[in-house]
Write a protein that binds this ligand. Structure first.
Ligand code: FES
Length: 406
């Protein structure tokens, strides 16, 4: 037996492994992504089990070499990398920190005349932003990135015979998915119009300026764009932030809003909530207001403001099913279902944790829960028992939740 004396602790080994970047998305480590599944000493050899994101992934060889190098630098010479394909890797394995570092981006429209098959995203550098800093400073032509499948409800079913009025509200890089939607709507519904309110800190931070001008020229009389700048505008109506007061002023003076209008909002959470409230106050139906959260101002909010004040001492027996795996555990009634499911090591899906993206959608099979906020589910989904688990706290003493119901 070749046992190594004074083996480093498991925590130290995890820390070394956490320093190994994923070769395709170096802002996250192979541990963040759940590619390193576990390790164990076996007769003096450190066996590290690795699950590639898909079978045959060419990055696996690079990952294995990087892991070996990181361990050797720290004095471990006897290493065996084992590739484990079952159960296969899923996005559920990405750690909370990894999910924080990864970002979702809206798909921007193709550039005319270049290549309509090319998918584009607009990534604006955010101070302290892991992914945006890396993408702006280090990502280069020729690099390969792995992306998750497209998700979300940020679209409307289009009807080529319809003559609708669409309103768009974008803040900063929230313009990215909107510009794509504007183009699609105006192309697919020749009788419809689009009015865009686009908020930015200054003229210098306006994204896609030329493309918006081009679209206005292509769809003359059908697209109007109003820039609201926090600075640099002498006209009160067009300066400041896009908040509730600004919306009311705009709706009164420039953009009359009616119940038949459709609205798309993409920007920071306070803007999104303010615009949504203002639209609802003018009679726009909830199911015609679509959200895409660009940045939540308080993604980790945990305090309930539900009709029944959540009780931190009251408990509930929860049974939760994710990907066919069911687990029963106790939780307090001031926890959200998502928090409790994650604490129970169930790989429950989530993204925004703000009630906007619907990634955490699940069905209440038994019992009762209440959502603090819901910007994503349609009324009929709620009627059928679906909830946003990041917003839902149990009211009953027993609750059964199924993430696999669609
Ligand atoms: S995680 Fe986005 S709505 Fe719950």
């Amino acid at each position: 037996m070749e046992a190594i004396d004074n083996k480093p602790s498991a925590d130290r080994i995890w820390n070394w492994l956490k320093a190994v970047p994923d070769p395709e998305i170096p802002v996250v480590s192979v541990v963040d992504l759940g590619i390193v599944r576990d390790f164990a000493w076996e007769e003096g050899v450190l066996a590290v089990r690795v699950t590639p994101t898909y079978s045959g992934c060419p990055a696996t060889a690079v990952i294995s070499m990087s892991i070996e190098e990181a361990l050797r630098i720290n004095g471990i010479d006897e290493i065996r990398i084992e590739t484990v394909l079952s159960p296969p890797w899923t996005t559920d394995w990405i750690s909370d920190e990894g999910k924080e570092k990864l970002k979702a981006y809206g798909i921007a429209p193709p550039v005319d005349g270049i290549n309509d098959e090319v998918l584009r995203v607009g990534i604006k550098r955010v101070d302290g932003g892991w992914f945006s800093s890396w993408a702006n400073e280090e990502l280069k032509v020729g690099d390969t990135l792995e992306a998750m499948k497209p998700m979300g409800n940020f679209y409307a079913d289009l009807d080529p015979t319809a003559a609708r009025r669409y309103l768009g509200f974008a803040g900063g890089s929230g313009i990215t998915p909107l510009i794509s939607i504007i183009k699609t709507v105006l192309e697919e519904e020749p009788k419809s119009t689009f009015s865009l309110v686009y908020g930015n800190r200054s003229a210098a931070s306006v994204m896609f300026r030329e493309e918006l001008e081009d679209l206005k020229n292509i769809y003359l009389g059908r697209l109007s764009v109003l820039h609201i700048l926090e600075t640099e505008s002498d006209i009160d109506l067009f300066s400041g932030r896009v908040d509730r007061e600004k919306c009311d002023a705009l709706f009164d003076a420039w953009l009359p809003v009616g119940p038949d209008d459709y609205a798309f909002i993409c920007g920071p959470e306070p803007m999104m909530l303010a615009v949504s409230d203002a639209l609802k106050s003018r009679g726009v139906a909830k199911d015609k207001i679509k959200f895409e959260l660009f940045k939540s101002s308080h993604p980790k909010k945990a305090k309930a403001k539900t009709s029944q004040e959540a009780d931190a001492t009251a408990t509930c027996e929860a049974t939760v099913t994710v990907d066919g795996i069911s687990r029963t555990f106790g939780m307090t009634k001031d926890q959200t279902i998502l928090e409790a499911a994650l604490a129970a090591n169930l790989g429950a899906p989530f993204a925004c944790k703000a009630g906007v993206c619907s990634t955490c959608r699940a069905k209440v099979i038994e019992g009762e829960g209440e959502m603090e906020a819901n910007f994503a589910l349609e009324d009929y989904e709620v009627e059928h028992g679906f909830v946003l688990t990041c917003q839902c706290r149990p009211l009953s003493d027993k609750i059964v939740i199924d993430y696999d119901q669609h």
